[in-house]
Design a protein around this ligand. Structure first.
Ligand SMILES: NC(=O)c1ccc[n+]([C@@H]2O[C@H](COP(=O)([O-])OP(=O)(O)OC[C@H]3O[C@@H](n4cnc5c(N)ncnc54)[C@H](OP(=O)(O)O)[C@@H]3O)[C@@H](O)[C@H]2O)c1
Length: 314
């Protein structure tokens, strides 16, 4: 099976390393071959650890040249229009090439369109790495194909959860944000985490997939944690409660916003960079918790998708 990787940053490198390690142990991975890696800097043909592009090509040209069976997209999200990934997916899926992605933007913007092309051509899309990285969220639902999900609630952004947890322990917003940056939990420009955008992108993907809806990022309101100050946190703490950035969807409402939680709520206990997701269907209320980010986790998500694809389970 021939792979073309898009993006070779933290996740791309972790994926390549994990694939090598797991191929030695799991025979199902032994015939997988990375045939090319493309980034903004160009296309490297073949599989080498250090990225050194052989030529300047577009991703669409790279698909023609490499002729992959699967594209693994680990490139940065472009929330304006999802490009160049969206065009790459359309071309690939239209030709029966499968997609595995950790990049949220294409699916948050064009979920239904891409799924329809995939279905019409017998191609598959794996996207565990887009929500809670390697902690099964998307793929948990794959083993519940007849469950009717009517409510989703989650803490889906580790950066904001870390900041709120540290504010609960007495830090100011600025101190907590600076600490998150120092520890590598927040990007240099954390805007998309702080304003709720990242959680909204993840919620969009979850709602489309688990609740069989056709929504796009931008179809519902989202609010982040920027307006929350230490006085408010102190007041909420004195009442024995916590404030958390909650992504929520039911059959009437879809939103991301800070919510005050009591200690009876299981999400009350999710602190630091941890993520959690509560899914309610007609017979169960399931709660999962685990790491929501980290390159190795995201690489696990992508590699798990690859194995599920090989087993015919995507
Ligand atoms: N890191 C995590 O913990 C994590 C967890 C879950 C999901 N994700 C998602 O996984 C993806 C990769 O994350 P990362 O941490 O590996 O990011 P990163 O280290 O910044 O790497 C991004 C890679 O994408 C490439 N890229 C950016 N724009 C491109 C374009 N237009 N065409 C081709 N390649 C392009 C970059 O190429 P150049 O080097 O040439 O610029 C780079 O190789 C992102 O979508 C991220 O949101 C990350």
């Amino acid at each position: 099976m021939r792979l073309l990787l898009i993006g070779y940053g933290n996740v791309g490198r972790a994926f390549r390393k994990l694939l090598k390690e797991k191929s030695e142990k799991y025979p199902i991975l032994q015939n997988i071959k990375i045939e090319g890696i493309i980034t903004r800097r160009g296309l490297m043909i073949g599989d080498k650890e250090n990225f050194n592009p052989d030529k300047k090509t577009t991703i669409l040209e790279a698909i023609d040249e490499i002729q992959p069976d699967v594209i693994v997209d680990m490139s940065s999200p472009n929330y304006k229009d999802g490009e160049p990934s969206v065009s790459a997916y359309v071309k690939a899926l239209s030709n029966g090439i499968h997609i595995i992605t950790t990049n949220k933007a294409p699916l948050a913007l064009k979920f239904r369109e891409l799924m329809e092309i995939a279905e019409s051509k017998g191609a598959k899309i794996g996207f565990q790495g887009t929500v809670m990285s390697g902690t099964p969220s998307i793929n948990l639902f794959r083993v519940q194909p007849v469950a009717e999900v009517f409510r989703i609630r989650g803490i889906l952004n580790g950066t904001t959860n870390y900041i709120l947890s540290r504010m609960y322990e007495g830090l100011s917003f600025e101190e907590a944000l600076n600490e998150a940056k120092e520890k590598g939990y927040a990007e240099e420009d954390p805007t998309l985490d702080l304003n709720g955008f990242d959680a909204a992108a993840k919620l969009t993907i979850l709602v489309n997939f688990m609740m069989n809806r056709s929504i796009r990022l931008g179809d519902f309101k989202f609010k982040g944690i920027e307006g929350i100050n230490s006085d408010e946190i102190r007041r909420i703490k004195s009442e024995g409660k916590k404030i958390k950035l909650i992504a929520y969807a039911d059959n009437y409402t879809i939103e991301v916003s800070p919510k005050v939680l009591s200690s009876q709520d299981p999400l009350f206990y999710i602190d630091g960079v941890e993520n959690a997701l509560e899914i309610e269907n007609e017979i169960q209320r399931i709660i999962i918790r685990g790491p929501g980010a980290g390159p190795i986790n995201a690489a696990y998500g992508a590699l798990t998708d690859l194995v599920l694809l090989l087993k015919g389970c995507l």
